[in-house]
Design a protein around this ligand. Sequence first.
Ligand code: MG
Ligand code: ZN
Length: 201
Amino acid sequence: MGAQVQRTTVFLDRDGTLNHDSGYITSPEALILFPGVVESIARLNRSGSRLFLVTNQSAIARGLMTVEDLHLIHQKLREELEVGGGWLDGILFCPHHPEDTCDCRKPNPDLIQQATRELNVDVAQSYFVGDKSTDMKLAHTVGSIGVLVMTSQFSQEALDSMKHQNYNIGFVASSFPEAVDWIIQDARGRKWNEPDKLVKK
Ligand SMILES: [Mg+2]
Ligand SMILES: [Zn+2]
């Protein structure tokens, strides 16, 4: 086999998707995972998917925390996932303020494009799990399969706006574990491999 075997990638929003969105999370103690998240992440890992966190953290630009604080929060997240045998393959974050008009704040595509360039991600073989319309808009923009989780105060607005925009959402899940069930099953049913495309560098 000359062709490289491509794996499915799952992009994950953080706040409101993996953990309670209680406003700006600026310390490890404030990060509280939803039930079943630890086990579900490990299941995705075992399914062969690569997992990347994609998160807007404007609390940095707002002066509410430092990049070091964010790393401590993510260290706690990684430790909790490790207990369940799971891990994240990478964490991509935007530290900017909405008014900075950067290219990386969701729904702008720069973080995903970075993953495509540097981490050999094929976005056409990816899912994007999130609770906000900005997550689903980004999925739509880059050609990732959007999976909306109805787990935060923003979810219903996201669902309504997606219907309004006529965006193609792959699935609407009532919980993160349900989203993962669907992704694993959906990925198995898809014909991802397109050899002609894969052998090209
Ligand atoms: Mg969110
Ligand atoms: Zn940014």
